[in-house]
Design a protein around this ligand. Structure first.
Ligand code: PMP
Length: 431
């Protein structure tokens, strides 16, 4: 495979963009090598500028759950742009979006649209602090909630990939207000709330962690956190930027039957356009300006083109059987990968929840803690990543990111992936 065009673009990019990219994990820094530049995307495939095709398990990091360039989303956008790109005044699609979200996610009686997952989580935290009059927040090691200052403490995703889980530039005074817990540890959460519970404004969690590989919650864990928050008057915030409309139509809160006070969304609700949202109970959301005193605003929030894309995507994911098919695809893929690894004698396991999955190079039968995730063999993951890429399969370029399937990943695509994996696992022994 030659990558002359991608290489030339990366050279130009590095001169003008920090690290050659606009978001860190894209640079392939942890897996090594150079990123390919994408010319176009369709269904389950990305096509690079050198003419190579890849089966894509990144899906733009989540939004492309119906497959790339879905005609219904594209046509909705084309219709919307005919009427103008941005109004700076209310438009009908914003109302439809809020009503749709309230219908699909029952804990969201009211919502506020924003422009990214980062904005959604940092606005939710501000609201929690404003509503409770408390300053401290609790997050989990390896969880990523966007790049807001309060969250870049023991963060996952790119921060974890690059070994800088707490970022320079976050004032210590602010970082001190962020308490961290190990995910899936019942006792640690109880102990923290026993000592600091009455100072805690909110606990924020990825209910299924997708930024430290993919870690499902243990039985009863989310219920345990719900009970602790209720007992201590802290708000429970589910960051459903990744899990929303993916692990079930109503997100992780529907799948696990736990109702948070506030939820943050992104990715799928924009259908590929820059969109986020946060929402929750009416009396909380009515504290947001201009209904209430907690300030938060956005020039492009509720943008008509973005709303059109998001609404088309939410229609697609609402179709009967959509998530059952995705879940079957995830299982077929993960079962196939595990069998291929076993046959090649490679220590490997997977996790799966709905349309997200994790790949772990370990001899542990299952992985559901951050400590286990970071103890896995990342060097072997990196070699596997490149072996798959060379065979036309694009996995997330980091051992600490969940993978995503889409509705466009049919049986033939899964079979082709598993066939590539058989060769790739086999090649690990040869190197
Ligand atoms: N929360 C979670 C769980 C995420 O996975 C991400 C992004 N990967 C974010 C928040 C931040 O979203 P954005 O990149 O749109 O700011």
């Amino acid at each position: 495979m030659t990558h002359a065009q991608s290489h030339a673009l990366f050279e130009r990019a590095r001169a003008r963009l920090p690290g050659g990219v606009n978001s860190p994990v894209r640079a392939f820094k942890s897996v090594g090598g150079e990123p390919f530049f994408v010319a176009r995307a369709d269904g389950p495939y990305l096509y690079d500028v050198d003419g190579h095709r890849y089966i894509d398990y990144v899906g733009s990091w989540g939004p492309m759950i119906a497959g790339h360039n879905h005609p219904r989303v594209r046509e909705a956008v084309q219709r919307a742009i005919g009427d103008g790109l941005s109004f700076g005044a209310p438009c009908p699609a914003e109302v439809t979006m809020a009503e749709t979200l309230a219908r699909l996610v029952p804990s969201c009686e009211m919502v506020r649209m924003v422009n990214s997952g980062t904005e959604a989580t940092l606005s939710a935290i501000r609201l929690a602090r404003g509503a409770t009059g408390r300053s401290r927040i609790v997050k989990f090691e390896g969880c990523y909630h966007g790049h807001g200052d309060s969250f870049l403490v023991k963060a996952g995703s790119g921060a974890l990939t690059f070994g800088v889980p707490t970022s320079p530039g976050v004032p210590k005074a602010l970082a001190d207000l962020t308490l961290t817990l190990p995910y899936n540890d019942f006792g640690a959460a109880t102990a923290l709330f026993d000592t600091a519970g009455d100072d805690i404004a909110a606990l924020i969690i990825e209910p299924v962690v997708g930024n430290a590989n993919c870690l499902p919650p243990r039985e009863g864990y989310l219920q345990h956190l719900r009970a602790l928050c209720t007992r201590h008057g802290a708000l429970l915030i589910f960051d459903e930027v990744m899990t929303g409309f993916r692990v079930a139509l109503g997100g992780a809160q529907a799948r696990y039957g736990v109702t948070p006070d506030l939820s943050a969304f992104g990715k799928i609700i924009g259908g590929g356009m820059p969109v986020g949202a946060y929402g929750g109970r009416r009396e909380l959301m009515e504290q947001v300006a201009p209904a209430g005193p907690v300030y938060q605003a956005g020039t492009l929030s509720g943008n008509p083109v973005a709303m059109a894309a998001g609404l088309a995507m939410l229609e697609l994911v609402s179709e009967p059987g959509f998530h059952d098919r995705l879940e079957a695809t995830t299982h077929a893929l993960c079962d196939g990968l595990e069998a291929a690894a076993r046959d090649a004698g490679v220590a490997f396991t997977t996790t799966r929840v709905g349309a997200m999955f994790g790949l772990f190079f370990t001899s542990e039968p299952t992985v559901d803690t951050y400590a286990q995730a970071v103890a896995c063999d990342t060097a072997t993951f990196n070699r596997f990543f490149h072996a798959m890429l060379a065979r036309g399969v694009f996995l997330a370029p980091s051992a600490f990111e969940a993978g995503f399937v889409s509705a466009a990943h049919d049986d033939a695509v899964v079979d082709a992936t598993v066939a590539a994996a058989r060769e790739a696992f086999g090649s690990l022994a040869d190197d």
